[in-house]
Design a protein around this ligand. Sequence first.
Ligand SMILES: C[S@@+](CC[C@H](N)C(=O)[O-])C[C@H]1O[C@@H](n2cnc3c(N)ncnc32)[C@H](O)[C@@H]1O
Length: 159
Amino acid sequence: MPLRLALYQPDIPQNTGTMLRLCACLGVDAAIIEPANFPVSDRAFRRAGMDYLDRVEIQRHASFAAFERWRSGAGHRLVLLTTRAAIPHVAFTFQPDDVLLVGRESAGVPDAVHEAADARILVPMRPALRSLNVAMAAAMVVGEALRQTGGFAALASSG
Ligand SMILES: C[S@@+](CC[C@H](N)C(=O)[O-])C[C@H]1O[C@@H](n2cnc3c(N)ncnc32)[C@H](O)[C@@H]1O
């Protein structure tokens, strides 16, 4: 299985669209952990003009518990992106089948989800600034994970 980007209860459709497009372009699978603040069916995405939809594998999970049942069965590590982490993303060793989890735009993830992660990483920022946009943080970490695991080399030779 390729890398997967999981979105925890996303709030803002434009950010979700940006992250799904990132996944489509870079060959990364996606997961949406519901409830979301907007409809996340294929039909709703198509209505919103998401023309990359056919190029990304999107799993939908009705709850974090359902997502965790799938993940523990499949045996993938959960790597949480959070400003509350101590490990910079560039100092972390990624595996090609990691699941990278981003939090809600409004509230990140609850403590129980924070604790359920196998690892917690951050994109280092200047002091006193709150956070990056979620899609920007996702792009930086997906980029680093693909760089480390040979994902870009595979994309470059697939053309
Ligand atoms: C806008 S932020 C959430 C801010 C929220 N108020 C909080 O306390 O978590 C949305 C998500 O983007 C990701 N994110 C933003 N900046 C990040 C950073 N510097 N390092 C790691 N993840 C980041 C995290 O997954 C976060 O849950």
